[in-house]
Structures are given as structure tokens and as C-alpha cells.
Design a protein. Structure first.
Length: 395
């Protein structure tokens, strides 16, 4: 059996590539996606969608009422923002904006979203319910999903199911990751300010050295995952920045450590937060310093609900073959679509975009690129899954 929507999606491939390359050449940072949003809004309007712009600043929502009776609404999400990365690829569609690049593949997501919008509009008469397209700004750490939710994204109509995807340069073209449960991690930002007593580098006895204390804290924090976390569980405590001191002969009074904490399960998240506070303040006290620990809650874990995931799995199997679906992989990366999935049952999946060394460069790397043959695959999977969700199969 050929997959529903696949041949139609393949026929759109040149259009999808053109959209993706145009966006790639004109990347826009989070909450600045004005050109991208205008293109999306124009295309959705031309296809007959009811379009709302300015949702969550630069977000766009498209509504399509199907031609068959049915009360369900299915939300499909595509993020639009680029990154502050300077592109190093030597390609005809290279970024035209110095220092800004679609280095995570959100240009591909918008192109897939336009493709999905096109095919679902073409099949409008067969749709028993409402399609709600979410073109989201500012996924990269700025809270675009929450901004859209705050602007009423999940009301009138309220979605019954939500689906989303990400291209993945660590997965082969023609493969996908579709799995229930926590697929991406909760991500929280950590700041520790160590306060000691500054002084002359020749007289350490008269000081409390914030550089030395901060260094002990960095090392001691690594014992949390190694010695406190159950070996069956997964977590990360990373210190990525250590800011202290200005001169070799001055003992620093303060040091600031910045890091990130990742977890999949709420009890693990709670454990990591508690131990980070205990270890940092305890180590500081040992040396007569203080440590002020601030943990800023970032995104929750991205948790896929069982039934929508089954629908997505079957739609993906029809397009790529069940042999090409990984049902166990998960990543300690974070994803703000988790804010939608915390409120609406749904599922999020990875579609492989790597076909050689070039398209295998990591996300956020200046040489990131995709094999564009994944675009029609993503379109076909989402269209088929959305139709089945409208039929109530995800409940
Ligand atoms: Zn990213
Ligand atoms: Zn991304």
C-alpha cells in the first residue's frame, strides 16, 4: 500500500525546497520573524485559511474548517526562528544575513508546514473537523510557545491533539524517532554567585578566595549525577561559564558560575535542583564563603502521550517503513513545544535529515544543513496523522 499523501507531497517537493531555501537565505532571530510570518500568513490566506497574526508577538495561527461534520481540532506546530550563528556553508542558498543562520532547521519546519497547509486545504472536503496550524516564533530559549499560549493559542477552538516535528541531523534520511513518554529533557538555567573576600594575591591568608571556592563547587557538582542520581535515571549538570577575577595578583572577591540542568522525570529534576543548592552552599560554607544559587525554570520535558504517538507511529511507518523507526531514542536537548504537550495530549517526533557527512553536521553548528528529501516525508506523515486524529483515533 502506498502511503496516503506521499505522492502528493513528493509532487510539491520543488515548492517546498524553494520555500525552505528562501527562508534559509533570510533567517530571523526569535521574536523578529516578521518576514517569515508575513510569508506564512500570505500563503495560508491564499489557501483559504483563517489567519491570525501577531500571536505571541510574531506567531501566526491558521485555521481550516473541514468539509465533513466533526468536532475535533488538531494542532500542528512549526517553529520559525533562526540562531545567532554565522553560516559557513558554501551553498547557493547561504544566509544573506551575517551572524544569523537557520542552524537548527526551523526553515525546513516552516516549509513542511506550508506543505501540510497546502495538502490539507486541497483535501478540505474530506476533513471531519478543524486544523489549527501553529507557526511559532522564538523556540530557541526565548519562550515563543508560552507567548502564543498566553495569547490564546489553545482557546477557540481548543485543540484535542497536538503534533510537532523536528528535523534531525543525527538520524539518517528515511528514518524517524517516534516514541511515547519523555523524549526531550527539561532544561533549567543555573547561576551561582560565590562571595568571598578579595585581597592581595601575596596574602591569601587575609582573603576568602572566590576563584578557589568556585572551582571546588564546579568539581563537587559533578558528584551529583555520579553519586546521587539513581543509575537508571538520566540527568545533566553542566557549568558552562566561570566568570571571576581580573588580575593575576588580586584574589577575587566574587565568582559567578553559569550552567544548565537537564532531566526527564520531575523527581529527578527536584533531586538535581536540591543537590545543586546543597552542594554549592555547603562547599562555600566549608571555605568561609557564601553561594547564592538561582535556578531559573526553563522548559519542561517533552512528553508524548501514548495514543497520539501510536497514530504518529503508524503514519510514519506507512511513509518510511516500520523498520526505519527508532522507538527508544531520547535526547537531553530541550524543546519548548513541551509547553503545548503539557496542556494538550499529543506527540512530537524526529525525522532524519542526514544523508552524508555534510548533512550530518550537528544542530547549531555553522555548517548545519539538511537533505531536503526529508521535506515531503514530513508533510506526508503529518497530513496522514492529522487526518486520523480528526477521526478520533488518538483518543
Ligand atoms: Zn535548536
Ligand atoms: Zn530546533
Amino acid at each position: 500500500m502506498t502511503a496516503p499523501f506521499l505522492s502528493e507531497a513528493e509532487a510539491l517537493r520543488d515548492d517546498l525546497v524553494a520555500v525552505r531555501r528562501d527562508l534559509h537565505m533570510h533567517p530571523e532571530l526569535g521574536f523578529q520573524e516578521l518576514r517569515t510570518a508575513r510569508i506564512v500568513a500570505e500563503k495560508l490566506g491564499a489557501l483559504g485559511y483563517e489567519v491570525q497574526t501577531g500571536v505571541g508577538q510574531t506567531g501566526v495561527v491558521g485555521l481550516l474548517q473541514g468539509g465533513l461534520p466533526g468536532g475535533r481540532t488538531v494542532l500542528l506546530r512549526f517553529d520559525m526562528d533562526a540562531l545567532p550563528v554565522h553560516e559557513e556553508n558554501d551553498v547557493s542558498y547561504r544566509s544573506q544575513t551575517p551572524g544569523v543562520m537557520h542552524a537548527c532547521g526551523h526553515d525546513a519546519h516552516v516549509a513542511i508546514g506550508i506543505g501540510v497547509a497546502t495538502l490539507l486545504a486541497r483535501h478540505r472536503e474530506r476533513l471531519p473537523g478543524t486544523i489549527k496550524l501553529m507557526f511559532q516564533p522564538a523556540e530557541e530559549g526565548l519562550g515563543g510557545a508560552k507567548a502564543m499560549i498566553a495569547d490564546g493559542l489553545l482557546e477557540s477552538p481548543r485543540p484535542d491533539v497536538a503534533l510537532g516535528l523536528h528535523v534531525a541531523s543525527d538520524q539518517d534520511l528515511g528514518s524517524a524517532v517516534v516514541r511515547p513518554g519523555a523524549m526531550m529533557a527539561a532544561s533549567d538555567a543555573l547561576t551561582i554567585v560565590v562571595r568571598g573576600k578579595g585581597g592581595h594575591g601575596a596574602h591569601p591568608d587575609q582573603t576568602v578566595d572566590a576563584v578557589m571556592v568556585g572551582s571546588q563547587i564546579v568539581v563537587a557538582l559533578q558528584s551529583i549525577v555520579a553519586r546521587n542520581l539513581c543509575p537508571e535515571d538520566t540527568g545533566v549538570v553542566t557549568i558552562g561559564a566561570f566568570l571571576a577575577g581580573n588580575a593575576g595578583n588580586v584574589i577575587a572577591e566574587t565568582a559567578e558560575l553559569r550552567g544548565t540542568i537537564r532531566s526527564f522525570e520531575p523527581p529527578v529534576r527536584e533531586l538535581l535542583h536540591r543537590r545543586v543548592r546543597e552542594v554549592a552552599t555547603g562547599v562555600a560554607a566549608t571555605y568561609g564563603a557564601t553561594a547564592e544559587v538561582t535556578i531559573r525554570i526553563g522548559v519542561d520535558a517533552t512528553v508524548n502521550a501514548p495514543k497520539p504517538t501510536t497514530v504518529l507511529y503508524e503514519a510514519t511507518a506507512a511513509v518510511l517503513g516500520a523498520d526505519h523507526i527508532d522507538t527508544t531514542y531520547r535526547t537531553t536537548g530541550g524543546e519548548d513545544f513541551s509547553a503545548v504537550l503539557a496542556r494538550v495530549p499529543g506527540s512530537y517526533f524526529f525525522i532524519g535529515s542526514r544523508s552524508d557527512e555534510r548533512t550530518g553536521a550537528p544542530h547549531h553548528n555553522p555548517r548545519f544543513d539538511i537533505d531536503e528529501r526529508c521535506l515531503p516525508q514530513g508533510v506526508a506523515i503529518l497530513c496522514a496523522a492529522a487526518l486520523r486524529c480528526l477521526d478520533g483515533e488518538a483518543e
